[in-house]
Design a protein around this ligand. Sequence first.
Ligand SMILES: [Fe+2]
Length: 361
Amino acid sequence: MKKKDGVATDTAAPASVEKETPTCSPPKGTKRAGHTDVVREIQQVESAEKVYGEAVSVARGIFSNIIEQTPPDITLCMNVVHKMIALHTANNEELVAMCEYSTPENYIYGHTANVTVMALLVGSGFNCSQDDLEKLGLCCLLHDLGMSKVLDVAAKKSHLSPSELVEIKHHPGYVEEILGNTTMGAELKNFVVRIISQVHERKHGGGYPAGLSGDDIHIFARIIAVSDVYEALTHNRAWRERCLPHEALKKMIEITDTDFDTDIVKYLIERLSLYPVGSYVKLNTDEIGRVVASNQGLPTRPKVKVLLSSDLKRAEQEKVIDLSRNTMTYIVDPVDETKLNLPDKKMALELKARRWWVKNT
Ligand SMILES: [Fe+2]
């Protein structure tokens, strides 16, 4: 499988910012959403919410089944994987935005759904066939099955001791036994077990359990590894706070030479941009907004919906600024929306709720 395109550089960043002349019409690249846009956005959000909610629910079911000693329901897994692939194929970026949802307690359900969304996003850019994508999605949903045996250790609020770390590293090895009675055919089961066993292998052989390197690690495992680490870094855990997306990507770039497939990391950045859909940013106008769509090849110039005015009050009129067209406006900083001290408490609650509330679960 080959990647479709490389990462383009951002050529639209303004060299200098000139003073804007007053105008009666919205500046170039800024628009108030028309009825058709609003309806389309609502439809995209609703379908993404529904599918994402279903994915978290399936993930929860997988882990409950294990506790009850019944195998995961592969039909349910495949149904939700089909829906995720369909949304990615329709370029519904709201599905990626849903991956903001996370609860540090029981993080494994959201993590499983999020990794699946990310990996299918990457897989869809690597000329994977529908059949490949379905297998990739299934491997993602099942990739942390083995953690069910060590969840108490994984949920500890303190740093793990060396022996606890060893215990955690055994988790990929439990998958074969857990999948023992599933309805999957032997060939598919062996394939899934092989991929999951390689998710923690690293490019230069520094991973576990077998110390595989380079192309000996299956591309699905390489895609899941990158998605797994990105997801973990960008979400809170009981023992640490999350990084903002650009910080997480920076950390990953630092270790890409030794740990990850460079093309996969580049493609993830290209698809997510440095400011992924769903993240919050401060503009040079001091307004704060939520990224609502990326612009391919322009990782610092997505479309931003302005939500807060410069005095942190709810924006009087929601407007969407396409930063690829409005070159006078640009992002000055990513923002952790959960740490804003907003005077409007309802607004503050709305922003925080996006991180823990999941529809239909
Ligand atoms: Fe994971």
